[in-house]
Ligand binder design. Structure first.
Ligand SMILES: *[C@@H]1O[C@H](CO)[C@@H](O)[C@H](O)[C@H]1NC(C)=O
Length: 241
């Protein structure tokens, strides 16, 4: 019944190609950067069945199936194998976790802010603004609105920060309001990446989408004039020769 680690590794290679999976999953777990309570977990699976596991807090192998219990018994009796496993927490886990904590979790990336109109006021409908923060890290963020310097506590809807899946996060906040002339509306973002709140003022002159339309229209007009002028000159040249 006893299989050596090397033989199991070989089996993994041979069986893997036919769709059977013998897997070893090594995990380093720590909930804080000081490594207090850090754990090294070394688990052995056949297909999806975990059958034996080393847990550094327990300090030995524990079996989960009949075969696993027997395997644990045999592996625990091998002091050389056990010594290697026990040493992994200090040898592999702690140094690597420390690198991850200082190089990833300790870093901050400032959000890119975009403030835009979602809906213009018309009749009974209030106007709606959306303030978006993109590509920031870490996820903790505070987004709120100021109306003439006063914090708006009603009529705001915030959508929780969402993971982009690449360590960056995004977050959106909506403000529903009835515009008054001369007022100043700002979106405020507080995030670990910036000591001061990041304040973006709303420019009500023309919503961005309208500005884009005007810009596209103007570019089209310029392009049209240039092309017709070129065509006209070409035509003139051709006909005079
Ligand atoms: C490792 O063992 C300890 C003590 O039994 C337990 O508290 C901990 O949850 C175990 N870790 C994992 C990942 O199973």
């Amino acid at each position: 019944m006893f299989l050596s680690l090397q033989l199991l590794l070989l089996l993994a290679v041979l069986l893997g190609t036919d769709g059977y999976y013998y897997s070893m999953i090594k995990e380093c777990i720590s909930s804080s950067s000081d490594m207090v309570g850090a754990e090294y977990i070394d688990s052995y699976y056949f297909n999806k069945q975990r059958y034996v596991q080393f847990n550094s807090t327990v300090g030995k192998f524990v079996g989960f199936t009949e075969f696993g219990v027997k395997t644990a018994e045999i592996w625990n009796a091998r002091s050389d194998l056990l010594a290697v496993e026990i040493a992994e927490l200090d040898r592999v886990c702690k140094p690597n976790l420390e690198i991850q904590f200082s190089h990833i979790l300790g870093k901050t990336v400032e959000p890119k802010i975009r403030l835009r109109s979602e809906q213009q006021a018309s009749g009974d409908h209030p106007a709606m603004l959306m303030c978006s923060a993109y590509d920031f890290y870490p996820p903790a963020i505070d987004v709120y609105w100021l109306r003439d310097g006063q914090k708006v506590t009603t009529e705001t809807i915030s959508i929780e920060e969402m993971a982009d899946g690449d360590w960056y996060y995004q977050m959106h906040s909506h403000l529903e309001y009835t515009p008054k002339s001369g007022e100043k509306i700002s979106c405020v973002v507080e995030h670990a990446s910036s000591k001061k709140p990041i304040i973006t003022d709303w420019d009500p002159s023309l919503p961005q989408s309208e500005k884009n339309k005007v810009a596209i229209g103007a570019s089209g007009l310029v392009l049209g004039i240039v092309l017709s002028a070129a065509g006209f000159i070409y035509y003139k040249k051709k006909t005079t020769v």
